[in-house]
Structure formats: structure tokens, C-alpha cells
Design a protein. Structure first.
Length: 256
């Protein structure tokens, strides 16, 4: 069956609070990362960059009009594929090495990913076919997909701050899904960018580097945050009530 060529690879939608949501609509939900652009008075912030299949920098050039800090919620390939296009990239100290030397096993082939998930006993998202439903351009070969290495320009730890001038986001270390998973917390608006530490879908905790005990502690930590909205690494955004429900369900599930 011939795969269609996408008219455009990214969708871009402006939200309130100076936030723009960018995503790759032709990508399977398992690896369809939410990319968040946050406008500041002096600098802007880009939270994750997606798979890197097509140029994010070119697709969103109209909103990338200030000095830009790319902040990595964690280094799984669906979140760092476009990092190599940008000059300033921030990552937690526990995963700086992974950004410089990305996962060579990254794949868009459904059979390979399904075999890997089955091997670690991780279920949740159903995979039928490959992980992209359309191609970014004619002749694109998904078998050749690779993530380019990116040298981090800033390495952070829990409690550090990303300063955009009129907005400050605190780095919150949220290990469990991965060792260096972080959230970005803006106390003044009670907005949290959570990466894959928490999202409204099947949480993945059996990958290499995952740690269930740490993930449970992260859920307790998240449950105490007085959030107004969570902009996560996958799936739609949600509020505090849903945050508490997801945290409680994970904690109780691991006690069973």
C-alpha cells in the first residue's frame, strides 16, 4: 500500500498564557510528543522537539523570533529528534550523556517497536503498522531514521530555574519514567510542563532506566503541587483534579 505524502508535518495551535502547542499529527500516539513553545519578555522556551522527521525550526519559524532555550524533559527519542536544529539545549544532569549519544535503537517501524515493548512487558498503546501514517516528503525511508547527537549547552538539576525575563520556570526532578525526567513549574501561573513523568494515558515504567520505586515517589511529589494545568509530553492537557486521579491510580496500582 502506498503511503501518502503529508501536506504539512506539524500542526501549530496558540493557547493562552503565551503558550503554543506544536505536534506531529501523522505520528502514532506512543511517540507523538507534545512540543510546547512559551513566550517570554527576553527569551522564549521550547519544551522538547519531537521526532526530528521534518524541520521544526522551519515549520515554526514565524514564532521562533527571539533567543530560544530548548529544554529537554527527558531524552527518549520522540522528545529530542529536533534538538540538533537549535543552539541552546538544556538537559538534566542524569541524561546529558544520552543527549550527546542518542539511542541507536530508535525506530519508526511498528514491528521493531512492538517486539521491544513485548520483550519488556510494557503494554498500553496498540501498534498496528508503522509509527507514522504519512511521509514527510517523497522518498523518505523510515528504515533510515536516526536521531542526531546534540551537545547540551546547559546541564541542570532539581531547583534550577529557566529565566525568560518576565517568567521563571523551576526545574522539578521527576524520575521514574527515566532517570533525568524533569518538569517545568511556573509558580505564578501554576502551570506545569510535565514531560512523560505524568500524562493522561498509559504510563510507561519498564524501559531501560525506568524505576518504579522512584516513579511512585514522583507521583507523591506531583500530587502535592497546586497546579492549575498540566501540559504533558503526550495526550491532552488536564487540571489538578485529573492530576490527582492519575497519581492515585499509579500509586495504588503499584501497591496491589
Amino acid at each position: 500500500m502506498t503511503i501518502k505524502i503529508a501536506d504539512k508535518w506539524f500542526e501549530i495551535r496558540k493557547l493562552g498564557d503565551g503558550i503554543t502547542h506544536i505536534w506531529e499529527p501523522h505520528v502514532h500516539p506512543l511517540v507523538r510528543c507534545n512540543i510546547w513553545h512559551v513566550r517570554g519578555s527576553e527569551r522564549d522556551m521550547l519544551v522538547d522537539t519531537g521526532l526530528g522527521i521534518a524541520s521544526l525550526k522551519e515549520a515554526a519559524r514565524e514564532i521562533f523570533d527571539k533567543p530560544l532555550d530548548v529544554v529537554t524533559t527527558h531524552t527518549h527519542y520522540d522528545h529530542i529528534g529536533g534538538h540538533c536544529e537549535f543552539d541552546n539545549c538544556t538537559v538534566h544532569e542524569a541524561e546529558a550523556g544520552e543527549l550527546s549519544s542518542p539511542d541507536v535503537e530508535a525506530s519508526l517501524e511498528g514491528d521493531a517497536v512492538k517486539e521491544f515493548l513485548d520483550s519488556i512487558g510494557q503494554t498500553g498503546y496498540e501498534i498496528e503498522g508503522d509509527l507514522i501514517s504519512q511521509l514527510p516528503y517523497e522518498g523518505y525511508d523510515l528504515k533510515q531514521y536516526r536521531v542526531s547527537p546534540t551537545k547540551p549547552t546547559r546541564i541542570v538539576k532539581d531547583g534550577d530555574t529557566v529565566d525568560l525575563g518576565n517568567r521563571q520556570f523551576k526545574i522539578v526532578h521527576l524520575p521514574g519514567h527515566s532517570p533525568g525526567s524533569i518538569g517545568l513549574w511556573e509558580a505564578s501561573t501554576k502551570i506545569l510542563f510535565s514531560g512523560d513523568a505524568i500524562y493522561d494515558g498509559p504510563l510507561v515504567d519498564k524501559l531501560p532506566g525506568s524505576n518504579v520505586e522512584e516513579y511512585v515517589e514522583t507521583m507523591y511529589k506531583l500530587r502535592e503541587l497546586p497546579v492549575s494545568v498540566v501540559h504533558a509530553g503526550h495526550e491532552p492537557s488536564f487540571g489538578r483534579e485529573r492530576l490527582v486521579e492519575i497519581c492515585n491510580a499509579y500509586i495504588n496500582g503499584k501497591k496491589a
